[in-house]
Design a protein around this ligand. Structure first.
Ligand SMILES: Cc1cc2nc3c(=O)[nH]c(=O)nc-3n(C[C@H](O)[C@H](O)[C@H](O)COP(=O)(O)OP(=O)(O)OC[C@H]3O[C@@H](n4cnc5c(N)ncnc54)[C@H](O)[C@@H]3O)c2cc1C
Length: 407
């Protein structure tokens, strides 16, 4: 296929979107105080039934886009992509922002951008053919089963055991904080196949059907209200060896690829609960725009948002040039959580006691959703401390931290 120009491609996106979605009345990102939803939640406060609807709608939208060739614009055609440069993805996103489209469910993002991407690198030909295109299209959706009660930041201490039994593996143990496990068809799971002393050398990755007998998913209720993550128990779950991802004992290498994709996701995740103008509008609305401390905090937030956006753009430019994602992924993730914390401080200062009770007034109490969601963002996808460790060692070349295994 001859590569369309960006303008031709924009036209194609516009016309497809016009046929398949409703155009927004306001310009994208234009903010009018009191209009529309005042939600600034980082995690949804919704019931299981509501989340199931969000998930199903998000899935349908991915399938519709895939059928139009707009689901995996920069991906290889063998996975249903158009093989176009990433700037074409940005063109599509900027056009999509002008339309009302279904909210993207976080499990589908994990499955498409992290699990499918990992299988494309480490899967056998058969696994790539079976999973990658189907996951990109959201026909199959997979959760990521890494963290355990005793293995989060220190992933090398994973204890979930997989024992070989002929052509199968028997898996037992517990995972935790698994986003979207209740809606997943498949689970991408990291297991211990060697001894505990081997640490990262004794791990192997598998792809497991979530409906396999012996798997139990128990939702965890979050302080943000919803239950987007879960505990997942494996009790003698039988997994065919054909579902092993890469070699026995190669799980660490596979997991590092996954974490690289997870961090680079942060570069396109600029959402801080609200656009800058909403913070400014809040200060004007409650009549504190002249407060010197509030002004100073707002100026800090604005500067930080701008600087972080440029850092992310620099990281994306690296990827566009075909270079491996650099430490920008960790910098962007840390910058995002710092922004969330500063934004929480700003609204707490501006609203004061107005944050404590729900008066029903638009755009006031709703900010509590940002404040209670912020701690979760500091943990998900690698904690602040771990991102600092990566930046220190890989970007600044500082001496490495002592490792628990002395290695
Ligand atoms: C919203 C959300 C979604 C998630 N989704 C998933 C998912 O889908 N799949 C999945 O597998 N996991 C998921 N997780 C789990 C996440 O990956 C872990 O929470 C994270 O890796 C931290 O592990 P932990 O919670 O065990 O904390 P710990 O590792 O026990 O850390 C506790 C504290 O100690 C600090 N610490 C730990 N080690 C060091 C060190 N070496 N140096 C300095 N400080 C250190 C940490 O920074 C942290 O402050 C999710 C978490 C959240 C919050």
């Amino acid at each position: 296929m001859e590569q369309p120009t960006l303008d031709e491609f924009r036209e194609r996106c516009r016309s497809w979107l016009a046929d398949n979605a409703e155009r927004r009345t306001a310009e994208p990102r234009k903010f009018v105080w009191g209009e529309g939803s005042d939600s600034v939640a980082l995690f949804s406060n919704i019931t299981l039934e509501e989340e199931a609807e969000v998930h199903a709608a998000s899935r349908r939208w991915e399938q519709l886009k895939a059928d139009a060739g707009l689901g995996s614009i920069s991906w290889d055609p063998q996975y249903g992509g158009l093989g176009l440069p990433r700037e074409y993805e940005r063109v599509y996103r900027s056009e999509e922002a002008r339309f009302v489209v279904p909210e993207s469910h976080e499990l589908i993002q994990i499955s498409r951008n992290i699990v499918a991407a990992t299988i494309a690198v480490h899967g056998t030909g058969e696994q790539r053919a079976f999973f990658v295109r189907a996951m990109r299209r959201a026909d199959l959706v997979s959760c990521q089963l890494f963290s355990e009660p005793g293995a989060g930041s220190d992933l090398a201490s994973i204890a979930m055991r997989a024992e070989r039994d002929g052509d199968e593996w028997v898996v037992s143990g517990q995972k935790v904080w698994t986003t979207g496990a209740r809606f997943a068809d498949w689970g991408y799971v990291l297991c211990r196949t060697g001894t505990a002393e081997e640490r990262h050398r004794g791990l192997t990755a598998f792809l497991v059907r979530m409906e396999t007998p012996g798997i139990e998913v128990r939702p965890l209720r979050q302080m943000t209200g919803g239950s987007s993550f879960n505990e997942v128990f494996f009790d003698s779950v039988r997994v065919p060896d054909s579902q092993r991802l890469d070699g026995v004992g190669e799980g660490w290498r596979v997991a590092m690829t996954t974490l690289g994709f997870e961090r680079s996701q942060s570069m396109s995740n600029g959402r801080v609960g609200a656009p800058w103008v909403q913070y400014l509008a809040l200060a004007h609305h409650i009549g504190v725009a002249d407060d010197p401390v509030g002004r100073q905090l707002l100026a800090r937030l604005y500067s930080q948002m701008q600087a972080d956006r440029w850092t992310s753009l620099r990281g994306l430019a690296r990827i566009k040039q075909g270079k491996a994602p650099g430490p920008e992924g960790s910098i962007a993730k840390l910058a995002w959580t710092n922004q969330n914390q500063l934004a929480s401080t700003v609204v707490t200062h501006l609203l004061g006691a107005g944050l404590l009770a729900d008066s029903g007034e638009w755009g006031t109490y709703a900010w509590t959703e940002l404040i209670v969601g912020t701690p979760g963002t500091r943990l998900a996808g690698g904690t602040d401390e771990i991102q600092r460790k990566i930046i220190g060692e890989r970007a600044l070349g500082l001496p490495p931290e002592p490792r628990p295994d002395g290695g």
